[in-house]
Design a protein around this ligand. Structure first.
Ligand SMILES: NC(=O)C1=CN([C@@H]2O[C@H](COP(=O)(O)OP(=O)(O)OC[C@H]3O[C@@H](n4cnc5c(N)ncnc54)[C@H](OP(=O)(O)O)[C@@H]3O)[C@@H](O)[C@H]2O)C=CC1
Ligand SMILES: CCCCCCCCCCCCCCCC(=O)[C@@H](N)CO
Length: 417
């Protein structure tokens, strides 16, 4: 009895405690604090979205901020907004991170950098098969090569007098799509996973120089870039990405700065991101023995959670393709006649999109008006049919035939195909 009691006690108390003590001594690199007040923070992509939010908050916290992006007027706007909000002057530079010589020039001009934030990034989601090679190259060049260019240009200056200047930091903006591959992000995920490989190797190379890397992994974030992305993002990409909630740029910036200041290597931004970081810890450096403890203890359960996510994602993909196959290129057509005009009302279902349109011809058969639109969302052919009838009147109104259409008052729809 006493024996059983003792083994239970050891299991519950002694084992975890021993593990904690063990981890306390072995975690590497050792914990560090990287201050940002009165230090030079250089932020790429600082004229928009997450980068701009970062610039605001760094300036608020008393850092000397420099921004780099391509578009000069956006940079100037950012400079003014930050001056207005914080009273601090920021320096701005226009350059493309793809052009190494220009980056070298800028870096020489700005002087010693304490915290280098490689936040610039582009994302054009599409299935690999239909994506142009040029777009794939664009993402790899800006996101991955651009970051190489920056770090390579800045590193010599960052190393200089580091002992007197205190710890330095290189923060790299990845994405949750850089921790797990996501449908529609083949090129983007590759560019963001690439950053992780680079960061893990580079941390070993620069630890002796007291420079510390933070890799930041945001989920979908409300930014101007994200608004653009959403106009063309495949539906499945959005469905899968919705597994992690969306954030505001300010919230991501706050998490990033906290991560930089505590020298954290993997910086998640929301709860799902935290789970994802623990589940994909791999062999990455870990300074916190408590986090290391969480990683060790939760690894089997998080692997199960990860498998459940994959089960769910593959389920969505299967469902989506089954629906697409069933509905591919369904064309429904109605004939609506009024006052000598024939309006043929089309609803088509193609590639997961529903389109509704109206082609109106006069008595000679010449087309006098065409009106159509794509309606996004998940529809079946039946939905398309209903939608076509509902939209018919509305669409006719937008053609020059408003009166005729309303006067014919009934949509005597006749399905001809
Ligand atoms: N928004 C989101 O959902 C998420 C974003 N991320 C990552 O966060 C980072 C910022 O994203 P977000 O704020 O949404 O992006 P935005 O599109 O809003 O801003 C991008 C910034 O990068 C600059 N930039 C783009 N290309 C270059 C280039 N070739 N050279 C120099 N600067 C460039 C842009 O300025 P300009 O065009 O004038 O050069 C702009 O300042 C990116 O790395 C992105 O991958 C990660 C996860 C989610
Ligand atoms: C084991 C537990 C797992 C926990 C949940 C996993 C959820 C993963 C969702 C990934 C979403 C990726 C969004 C990328 C956004 C992005 O980068 C674009 N908007 C372009 O910038």
């Amino acid at each position: 009895m006493a024996d059983a009691y003792f083994s239970l006690l050891s299991l519950i108390l002694v084992l975890p405690l021993t593990l904690l003590i063990f981890l306390y001594f072995i975690v590497r690199p050792r914990p560090v604090r990287v201050p940002i007040k009165n230090r030079h923070v250089f932020i790429t992509g600082g004229s928009s979205g997450i980068g701009l939010a970062l610039a605001h908050q760094c300036a608020q916290q008393g850092a000397d901020v420099t921004l780099l992006a391509r578009n000069v007027s956006k940079l100037e706007e950012a400079k003014e907004a930050i001056k207005l909000a914080t009273g601090r002057d920021v320096r701005i530079f226009s350059a493309d991170v793809r052009e190494y010589e220009n980056i070298v020039k800028v870096v020489e001009e700005v002087g010693e950098i304490d915290v280098l934030v490689c936040n610039h990034g582009v994302y054009v989601p599409q299935e690999l098969e239909s994506q142009e090679l040029e777009e794939i190259r664009f993402m790899i060049d800006v996101n991955l090569m651009g970051t190489f260019h920056l770090i390579k240009a800045a590193l010599p200056g960052m190393k200089k007098n580091r002992a007197e200047r205190g710890p330095g930091s290189i923060a790299i903006m990845s994405s949750q799509a850089g921790q797990v591959g996501i449908y529609g992000y083949t090129a983007y995920s590759a560019s963001k996973f690439g950053l992780r490989g680079m960061a893990e190797a580079l941390q070993q190379e620069i630890i002796a120089d007291n420079i510390h890397i933070s890799l930041i992994f945001p989920p979908d974030t409300e930014t101007p870039g994200f608004v653009e992305e959403n106009k063309r993002r495949p539906q499945l990409t959005s469905i899968i990405a919705a597994s992690s909630g969306a954030m505001k740029a300010d919230e991501v910036a706050k998490k990033s700065i906290d991560g930089i200041k505590s020298g954290t290597f993997i910086v998640p931004c929301n709860f799902e991101g935290f789970l994802l970081s623990v589940a994909t810890a791999g062999l990455c450096p870990q300074r916190s023995f408590l986090m290391a403890f969480v990683e060790v203890v939760t690894s089997p359960i998080l692997r199960i959670a990860g498998l459940c996510f994959q089960w769910n994602w593959y389920g969505s993909i299967e469902k989506w393709y089954a629906q697409k196959k069933q509905c591919k290129n369904t064309l429904l057509q109605y004939l609506v006649a009024f006052d000598g005009f024939t309006s043929s009302d089309l609803a088509f279902f193609c590639e997961g999109h529903v389109g509704v349109g109206v082609v109106t011809r006069d008595h000679t058969g010449s087309i006098v008006a065409v009106c159509s639109k794509l309606v996004d969302g998940r529809f079946s052919p039946e939905d398309a049919e209903g939608l076509a009838l509902r939209e018919d009147l509305r669409l006719l109104k937008t053609c020059g035939l408003r009166l005729a259409a309303t006067e014919c008052d009934a949509l005597r729809g006749q399905k001809i195909k």
